[in-house]
Design a protein. Structure first.
Ligand code: HEC
Length: 252
């Protein structure tokens, strides 16, 4: 038994040590997101701008396989706008009568496809590195949106050139080097609302968009949490009144 407890204690020390071993990167600065805190909500205008950055820049290398085009109605696009966006993408169709694979125009029920037919092709076009699917990256990386914002918005030096290994220095990436060329430069996209497309603006907007992609139900989750707390408070009050009533005639 003693041994068991001792090994448990040893494990408890080991876990943070291994977590540290992978993290030789800089901690990203904390950004003030509209969705932070218990009352936090997404800023729809920001999400729409983030979508524009994703489509205009990131989608050249990264897919979003868990985001369906029609999900975009939740951030304020109309059915027709969703249809028009989907029509810009090509997805795998059924096999034809000869058994050969076909492609077709994407429909609102499809998800954002990867621009590459498979991982091997993706690596071959990116110096051997895989541009991962971005659907869940805001939840799967420590510091989520702060990390993405720092990685693409702050981490590259101006006019960064790759080093001798073909990698770019970026202190926010584990190991300090990344195969992704700096994706953003001023005016890389033209925002529909006329916002100036600086690197800082675009990296913030697309990070917020990727947070929404990874957790579209964040607002509902927070609302339920608040209702549960309210309910528990009322219940506590009721129990207290009951207790007073029940014990009122009992001698102390
Ligand atoms: C030219 C292709 C290309 C473009 C455009 C591009 N990326 Fe990447 N991205 C890559 C590659 C390749 C990797 C893998 C890097 C590695 O493993 O070193 C990557 C990795 C990433 C990662 C993961 C880093 C990690 O922790 O592993 C994130 C997040 C990311 N990209 C976000 C973006 C965003 C957001 C955009 C749009 C603003 C974007 N990328 C545009 C090629 C690209």
């Amino acid at each position: 038994m003693k041994r068991f407890i001792l090994s448990l204690a040893a494990l408890a020390f080991l876990v943070p040590a291994t977590a540290h071993a992978a993290g030789d990167q800089e901690v990203p600065p904390e950004h003030h997101w509209s969705f932070n805190g218990i009352f936090g909500t997404y800023d729809r205008a920001q999400l729409l701008r983030g979508l524009e950055v994703y489509r205009g820049v990131c989608a050249n290398c990264h897919g979003l396989k868990y985001v369906r085009f029609r999900d975009l109605e939740a951030i304020g696009l109309s059915e027709d706008e969703v249809k028009a966006i989907a029509a810009n993408y090509t997805v795998e169709g059924d096999v034809d009568s000869f058994g050969d694979p076909t492609t077709r125009e994407a429909k609102p029920f499809d998800a954002f496809p990867s621009p590459f037919p498979n991982d091997e092709a993706a690596r071959a076009s990116n110096g051997g590195a895989l541009p991962i699917d971005l659907s869940l990256v805001a939840k799967s990386r420590v510091h989520g949106p702060d990390y993405i914002h720092a990685l693409i918005g702050l981490g590259y030096e101006e006019n960064a050139e790759p080093g001798p290994t073909g990698l770019y220095h970026n202190p926010y990436m584990a190991g300090g080097y990344i195969a992704m060329p700096p994706p953003l430069f001023d005016d890389a996209v033209e925002y529909h609302d006329g916002t100036a497309a600086t690197v800082e603006q675009m990296s913030t907007d697309v990070s917020a968009f990727l947070m929404w992609a990874a957790e579209p139900k964040l607002e509902a989750r927070k609302a339920i949490g608040l209702k549960v707390i309210l309910f528990l408070l009322v219940l506590t009050g009721l129990f207290y009144v009951c207790k007073r009533k029940l014990w009122a005639n009992v001698e102390h």
